[in-house]
Design a protein. Structure first.
Length: 314
């Protein structure tokens, strides 16, 4: 499994990125530029989140080792290294090209002495041994995972394994909730009103297909606080961070939206009706005033929820 910790994308899902029309297979390495652009766009809220995790752990908690599960290109990995200056932070991902980016990013930010990378396929590599206690990835004082657990068939099983890798008093935090991202008005002046709501419905269908096709896929009520409690964690709670970029957008945010819409067209075009396909083509026309790169009313509003729990100190 390769995942992208720093996406914080629409719906907490992936906006459907894959290899072909209506595919649920994801080529993460091909998305490297997009993932890093996405992470940079969300960097202010990622830094706020890392600071909030430090507050939740408290000033008396010694944090010496952090795992970023599904790190992608390492945007959150580096934010965690900044927020926890005494910790080694390990970027864990199944895509070597993304881990290379994580290491390069850490070097650019002068964090290279505290950021390490680990190629791992989950959930299998949680069960091995690398000389550390706590399974194949070793023990940690903080384990962070964003939009990664839902790419594993048995979500409760992987939460159990991650919780088991915590040192006493350590925290597991997963970003797996939130609201669908909004970026357009209900009526955009092209095609039928309600275009974005129809895209949301298609993404729900795609996401359910993706989950059902995962090895060992297990249906579970996605009550994340209950799932963390089921993994043996205490003091379970949540917080939500908001990315609010009002219109008119700058170039980075417009590029992010164009990438999102491009993946939707590549993956879901066969599921769209003819009118919505035409609308999507207009939005992706770089020269059109109604296109996402030019229209003045495009915005980004995204809410992502983080759930966290603590392993009881022995």
């Amino acid at each position: 499994m390769s995942t992208h910790s720093n996406s914080a994308q629409s719906h907490g899902h992936e906006n459907g990125h894959g290899h072909g029309s209506d595919s649920t297979e994801i080529d993460w390495e091909a998305m490297a530029d997009t993932l890093e652009n996405n992470g940079d766009l969300h960097l202010p809220v990622l830094r706020q989140t890392a600071a909030r995790l430090a507050e939740l752990l408290g000033p008396d908690k010694e944090v010496l080792r952090i795992l970023d599960i599904g790190s992608g290109p390492g945007v959150m990995t580096c934010a965690l290294a900044e927020a926890f200056p005494d910790a080694e932070v390990v970027a864990v991902d199944g895509a070597p090209a993304l881990l290379d980016r994580a290491l390069a990013r850490a070097e650019r930010l002068a964090l290279g002495d505290r950021v390490a990378i680990r190629h791992a396929e989950l959930p299998g590599d949680l069960e091995g041994s690398d000389g550390h206690a706590g399974g194949g990835l070793g023990e940690a004082d903080l384990i962070w995972s964003s939009k990664a657990v839902h790419h594993i068939g048995d979500q409760q099983g992987v939460l159990d394994a991650l919780a088991g890798a915590l040192r006493p008093g350590g925290m597991l935090a997963v970003a797996e909730g939130g609201l669908p991202m909004r970026c357009l008005p209900r009526d955009i002046g092209v095609g039928k009103p309600g275009f974005q709501a129809r895209l949301d419905a298609l993404q729900e269908y795609w996401f359910e297909r993706m989950r059902s096709e995962l090895p060992g896929s297990t249906s579970t009520v996605e009550d994340w606080p209950a799932m963390l409690g089921g993994a043996g964690l205490t003091d379970v709670g949540s917080f939500t961070y908001l990315l609010d970029l009002p219109a008119p957008l700058g170039e980075t945010a417009r590029t992010f939206l164009r990438n999102q819409l491009t993946r939707l067209r590549d993956v879901m075009s066969e599921s769209l009706d003819a009118d919505d396909r035409k609308t999507l083509d207009v939005l992706l026309d770089d020269a059109a005033p109604e296109g996402i790169l030019r229209r003045p009313d495009a915005f980004v509003l995204s809410a992502t929820t983080v759930f966290a729990g603590v392993r009881r100190a022995s």
